[in-house]
Ligand binder design. Structure first.
Ligand code: DI6
Ligand code: FE
Length: 395
């Protein structure tokens, strides 16, 4: 083996709980995990690192972000403090449309430069994989520009980036009277172009009163399927349009938000193996009071993931550790559910179940090493970062 981390306590995220191994060690060969287990059984390695009893978890995974965009929505935030609603602002041409204008005006290099500090904040907390969505360009050219910027983040930093085409995020002003025409553009131009250029790992849509109807979302999903791209969906965030069930029908990797999810949606997701990605940052920032149906999701065995939803309008948040705390305090998830939600289940939500999210032989050697006495501290503390070191692909 190339490298061995010894004298560690491991939370492997395998099995039913955290998969704890005391007196553990992890070995790495050619950037992959080659040994996980008791230190006494570990083979030799060229380089041996003494972890002094620290905890090792899989590198964290932020499986839902809108990290690439330009412009600020701080003034819109002020308006909301004065009483304007998110929907009112959106319908008056602000909200997503204002970020769209700034993003269209920005170059690919501008977008990369803007996103890097936010990405660095995530990386500083042990994040080794992020998903980044487009959705603020809303022309084929600007959506591809966003996806290229997102991919470039993975070259500027040592982080695995998965990109998602979210062309059906909002209706751009030039299609104001022609939503179906815009959906046709997404299906006939954006999705084929993103697929042809290898720029998207998945396709997403915003199925909502201020977004796209279930019928329009279906057309987007059909186009994605025609290009062999898996789908995800912003579903049941502000109202219940049965979007999650539609996503499940297409074997979606995940349905996200889900505050207004009903029993039928839960059952459909369970049957399809669709991950429920919960976004407590948006719940908090929007002062939402409707809780996602955690008990029903749990009972049905739907895997629950947690993510930042980092975006300028509803979750200007770049701390996945804070999301873990919010998952527990706001959604009453257990410590185990929170930690699994930002590792194993987050990997599933990105179609990376075989590659990341747990400490298992054969997976990429992506590790977070923590100065904590127990993994519960990662969920418990607010605004403190106990990361000792972060290993991505064995380094
Ligand atoms: N749901 C959200 O919370 C974000 N997008 C979406 O579909 C909000 C995006 C924004 O307001 O800029
Ligand atoms: Fe989102």
């Amino acid at each position: 083996m190339d490298r061995l981390w010894r004298n560690a306590r491991l939370a492997t995220m395998t099995g039913s709980g955290l998969g704890i191994i005391e007196n553990g060690a992890i070995g790495c060969r050619d950037s992959r995990i080659a040994f996980v287990g008791a230190e006494a059984e570990a083979p030799g390695a060229e380089e041996v690192i003494d972890c002094a009893g620290r905890w090792i978890t899989p590198g964290l995974i932020d499986c839902h972000t809108h990290l690439v965009y330009a412009g600020s929505r701080a003034r819109e935030f002020e308006k909301r403090l004065e009483g304007a609603s998110y929907e009112e602002i959106a319908r008056a041409g602000g909200g997503i449309a204002s970020t769209m204008e700034a993003t269209r005006s920005a170059s690919e290099a501008d977008l990369i430069a803007l996103a890097l500090p936010w990405l660095d904040a995530l990386i500083a907390e042990g994040v080794t994989t992020i998903e980044v969505k487009s959705g603020y360009g809303l022309t084929t050219e600007d959506e591809l520009k966003m996806l290229r910027a997102a991919r470039a983040l993975g070259e500027r930093r040592d982080v695995r980036v998965r990109t998602t085409l979210l062309g059906a995020h909002a209706l751009p002003p030039e299609y104001k009277e022609d939503a179906d025409g815009y959906v046709a553009l997404v299906c006939e131009e954006m999705i084929p172009a993103a697929a042809a250029n290898g720029l998207a790992d998945a396709v997403d849509a915003f199925c909502e009163g201020i977004g796209f109807t279930p019928g329009q979302t279906r057309r987007v999903f059909e186009a994605a399927a025609a290009h062999d791209l898996p789908v995800k969906l912003h579903a049941e965030q502000l109202s219940n349009l049965s979007g999650a069930a539609l996503a499940a029908e297409f074997g979606a990797l995940s349905a996200d938000h889900l505050e207004y999810l009903d029993d039928g949606g839960v059952a459909a997701m369970a049957k399809a193996g669709t991950v429920a990605t919960l976004l407590p940052g948006a719940f908090y920032f929007m002062r939402e009071t409707q809780l996602p149906p955690i008990g029903a999701l749990r009972e049905a065995g739907v895997p629950i993931a947690l993510a930042t939803d980092s975006n300028p309008g509803t979750s200007p948040l770049t701390s996945l550790l804070l999301v873990l705390n919010m998952g527990a305090t706001l959604f009453r998830l257990t410590v185990e559910e929170c930690l699994i939600g930002a590792t194993r289940n987050a990997a599933l939500a990105l179609g990376l179940g075989g590659e990341a999210g747990t400490l298992e032989v054969g997976k990429a050697c992506d590790l977070a090493i923590w100065d904590v006495e127990h993994p519960a501290e990662l969920v418990y503390r607010i605004g403190f970062n106990p990361l000792h070191s972060r290993i991505r692909a064995g380094r």
